[in-house]
Design a binder for this molecule. Structure first.
Ligand code: NDP
Length: 521
């Protein structure tokens, strides 16, 4: 299933990497994390190439914008069809560079992208239609007021390695639908999916240079920030802050989708089977390498032991290994080599401070990078596994006195991306969810909101700035232009020169009449 032959991907095609033939003499080696084999070599783009690629994207943008919503939607709908027709090829590419399972590639990547093409093709025009505005100001009476959303020009998208399709390329779709050109910088660890998407867009008739891919290291991402009109960044909080600082130099607006330490609160009246299935799935799906994974669980005392027993059994049954075909394993590899060290350090730190491993707890030896699906109990907030993003297949479970203590601990975090409350009393669940400091707070659901593109998704606190999906998920790629249109009007407004006492009196009188009536509250 995975590509095993190393190949060099050239980057000079219009929709390609934009690299010079030599790629400044540097090469990125792409590995299959599940096998340890090198599967491709791509040019590592230098900073000059980034500037050139952005300049070409800028030159191509007006033509793309001129196609209008309908013209752009046609290309996006072709892309949707291509994605579904070529699902297996896309899955193989994603699996080969991430080591994730076929199922993880299918639902959260390919199905997401197929849905997103259709969603933005259909909704871009509505979300970005001119908005008529009514004003209470008497000075604009009889005039037409509206707000227009104009594409910013060139959008730079920088993405992480955990979801090369959804979290790198996915954010390009609304940017393109809005009429922008896009330059995408995927993680150096997973460039192949983005290159495949470039090939796909070319086949689907996207005009030359409207989309470009920068296959390069972090410095190429930093350089990209200087050449675009909006930067959409998904990745760690530490890098997100660097991107925001760099963007501040040119006053370039940013969208930041950053890390998380998502809590799950299980109340004593929860359906425990359902909650345990969800905890197991949402902590281990994609090997726990999801920004909105369940990263920590707080369980009310009366049901703690039973919940621990359930998740231990369920996690213990998970099959881990090299994904070779649909259904052969449940949990895949750790995509990014240094991540294994972080996961291992969090488990060791917890154990050293008194936590218990009920299942898993070790990295696997041999070719490929794997960490065993792990459940930790007896944990508390002195341990890194409860405070820092682990981003791996671990499920730490903490006993709490009651819902209030769970809430206090859930909010005891710099992060605020996503959270869930589990209870049969959904009204009580909603009350608790409202008090969690997070951009998304669900009841008896953990991640399903991501598939409902009508509602926003984004982090509070150190988890980000802005949102994706919903109206703001496309408006952020535009600049608002306000207009007042006057058809019939006076030759000289009463407030214009020459100033005379009577106009001040009149304006003062009108102002008093409109705003000065009634008693002082
Ligand atoms: P990183 O922050 O390490 O990298 C993200 C991207 O930024 C990569 O393409 C990276 O390039 C690039 N980059 C590195 N340095 C710079 C720089 N100075 N300026 C501009 N770009 C730079 O994140 P990871 O790839 O490790 O991704 C994991 C993180 O992403 C986790 O924290 C996870 O929670 C978060 N994430 C958040 C999501 C959300 O929606 N909130 C969704 C998915 C992931 P290179 O890889 O080549 O170094």
């Amino acid at each position: 299933m995975a590509q095993t032959q190393a190949k060099t991907v050239k980057g000079t095609a219009p929709h390609g990497t934009g690299a010079s033939e030599s790629g400044n003499g540097r090469i990125l080696e792409v590995q299959n994390p599940a096998t340890g084999q090198t599967i491709a070599r791509v040019p590592a783009i230098g900073t000059d190439d980034v500037a050139e690629l952005a300049a070409r994207a800028r030159a191509a943008q007006p033509g793309w914008e001129a196609l209008g919503f309908e013209g752009r939607a046609k290309v996006l709908k072709r892309a949707q069809k291509w994605t579904t027709d070529n699902a297996d090829r896309i899955a193989r590419t994603i699996i080969s560079e991430t080591g994730k399972t076929y199922e993880d590639a299918q639902l959260a990547e390919i199905s997401y992208a197929a849905q997103a093409f259709g969603f933005w093709a259909k909704n871009a025009e509505d979300y970005l239609a001119d908005e008529k505005v009514r004003s209470t100001s008497p000075f604009v009476a009889g005039r037409k007021l509206f707000v227009r959303y104009a594409p910013v020009g060139v959008v730079g998208v920088i993405g992480p390695w955990n979801y090369p399709l959804t979290n790198s390329f996915g954010d390009c779709i609304p940017a393109l639908a809005a009429g922008n050109s896009v330059v995408l910088k995927p993680s150096e660890v997973t460039p192949l999916t983005s290159l495949l998407m470039a090939e796909m867009l070319e086949e689907c008739g996207l005009p030359k240079d409207v989309f470009g891919v920068v296959t390069g290291r972090g410095e190429a991402g930093a350089e990209l920030v200087d050449h675009v009109d909006f930067i959409m960044f998904t990745g760690s909080t530490a890098t997100g802050k660097k991107v925001a600082e760099r963007a501040a130099r040119t006053l370039t607006p940013v969208g930041l989708e950053l890390g998380g330490k998502d809590p799950m609160i299980v109340l004593a009246d929860a359906d425990l089977q359902k909650a345990a299935n969800a905890a197991t799935y949402y902590a281990m799906q994609n090997g726990g390498q999801t920004c909105i994974s369940v990263e920590r669980v707080y369980v009310e005392e009366p049901v703690y032991d039973e919940f621990v027993q359930l998740v231990t059994e369920k996690v213990g049954k998970l099959r881990q290994g090299v994904p070779t075909k649909p259904g052969n394993v449940d949990v895949g590899a750790v995509t990014f080599a240094p991540q294994v060290e972080i996961v291992d350090a969090h488990v060791k730190d917890a154990v050293a401070k008194g936590a218990k491993v009920t299942v898993g707890g070790h990295r696997r030896e041999g070719a490929g990078r794997f960490y065993e699906p792990t459940v930790l109990t007896g944990v508390d907030h002195s341990m890194q596994c409860m405070t820092d993003e682990t981003f791996g297949p671990t499920l730490p479970v903490m006993k709490v006195r009651d819902a209030e203590q769970a809430l206090e601990l859930a909010n005891d975090s710099d992060y605020g991306l996503q959270a869930s409350v589990w209870t049969k009393d959904t009204a009580k669940g909603e009350q608790i969810a409202k008090r969690i400091d997070a951009g998304v707070a669900n009841v008896n659901e953990h991640q399903i909101n991501y598939l409902a593109m009508e509602i926003p998704m984004g982090g509070w606190k150190s988890s980000g700035l802005g949102t994706r999906h919903g109206p703001d998920g496309i408006r952020k790629y535009t600049r608002k232009q306000a207009s007042v249109i006057t058809k019939y009007g006076l030759k000289r407004e009463i407030f214009m020169f020459p100033y005379s006492g009577w106009s001040a009196k009149l304006i003062g009188g009108v102002s008093k009449l409109l705003y000065g009536r009634g008693k002082r509250p």
